[in-house]
Design a protein around this ligand. Sequence first.
Ligand code: SAM
Length: 416
Amino acid sequence: VTTPIDLPAAPSRRLAVRVTPDALRQLRGGHPWVFESSIRSAPHDGVAGQLAVVFDDQRRFTAIGLWDPTSPIRLRVLHTGAPRTIDDAFWRDRVVAALGRRSSLLADPATTGVRLVHGENDALPGLVIDAYGSTAVAKVYTPAWFPHLHAVLGALADAAAGVGRPVDRVVLRCSRNVRPFAPAGVAQGSVLVGTTPDGPVEFLENGLTFEADVLTGQKTGYFLDQRDNRAAVRRLARDASVLDVFACTGGFSVHAADGGATEVTSVDLSRRSLATAQANWRHNTGRPDVATSRHHLLDGDAFDVMADLGRRRRRFDLVVVDPPSFAHRGRDAARAVEAYGRLAELGLALVAPGGRYVQSSCSSRVDADELRSAVLAAAPRSGREVRVRDVTGHAVDHPIGFAHGAYLKTVFLDVR
Ligand SMILES: C[S@@+](CC[C@H](N)C(=O)[O-])C[C@H]1O[C@@H](n2cnc3c(N)ncnc32)[C@H](O)[C@@H]1O
């Protein structure tokens, strides 16, 4: 069923905005946000998605962006420097540049699950677009995108077809803060282009088949950002017993099985995600190593499950720990680092001598050194000696375009 959705038109009048000297400096340095507290003057009647131009004290153009009266991030910057019109050519340039950053991945037929647009990092702040085969999922983090979606998605459809990755369906997802401001008729998982999927959508990652629940699954249906780390885990998994903690839909689990793991235990709080992990495993049983590997599911709180496995003296050759973000704001960072240390203490205790330990953080407020230190400091508490094999960052489709863009970091350890 094709669902026609009426999105609001972009207001033609632009807002003129003045901001604090500090905000001006940050804008000129490439920062993509202006907070409400940095606005010195603006008309009162701005609506979400209205284009707003920031002028300096000499009334010179400094930046243009999307106004959002519903958020403390009042302005999301589209462009700084010389004045520029935001029109179809502008959106085309933005999405062509975004696809260009991913050209190596888009040329790889073994992977059809790709993040095409990564928000601020692709100079389209507050907008994420993930492709699962020919289905795109646009997730908006500000209602300011609603009036511009058709223009951006039109540009994306043209550009994606041009690189041999045509899009024939677009699903809209809204972050929680956006839902109260969604236009009438727009619901979670509204289909903007094409037909409503009658089930999960299949795609390829590193040659393996996965499914994404694009209408109601976590984020856009799958965590694409761990693709390279999953490939690394696959290379470490030969003949290993594997524990995949915070497994979600089983990306690491299935890669480990395909790498020759004898058995894999997937742990998550969400039974629904684990059911998808099981489905993802089944999608790949045509592959010889997956066919002979055994899959166990454990639903429960990861801290409790790991503590319990430790008490029962269970050991695994490879343990992967990929928790959700524990720090959304700067002031939560210290507590997040503590939680990472606690997870590492529990996880390292479960690694068999000579085994491997992998832990990620997706908190932008915790940097790679802090994660590495927290994990290394946990080793003596678990009575283990460790050596850092590798610390990895972002896949090519998750570019880092500003300070908080560097959210994902992963440490790989050898454990004795
Ligand atoms: C970043 S995602 C993990 C992604 C996954 N490793 C993958 O490769 O797709 C975090 C996961 O942690 C789960 N989760 C959150 N809190 C949890 C907890 N206390 N115990 C177990 N799982 C939890 C969520 O359901 C979610 O699936």
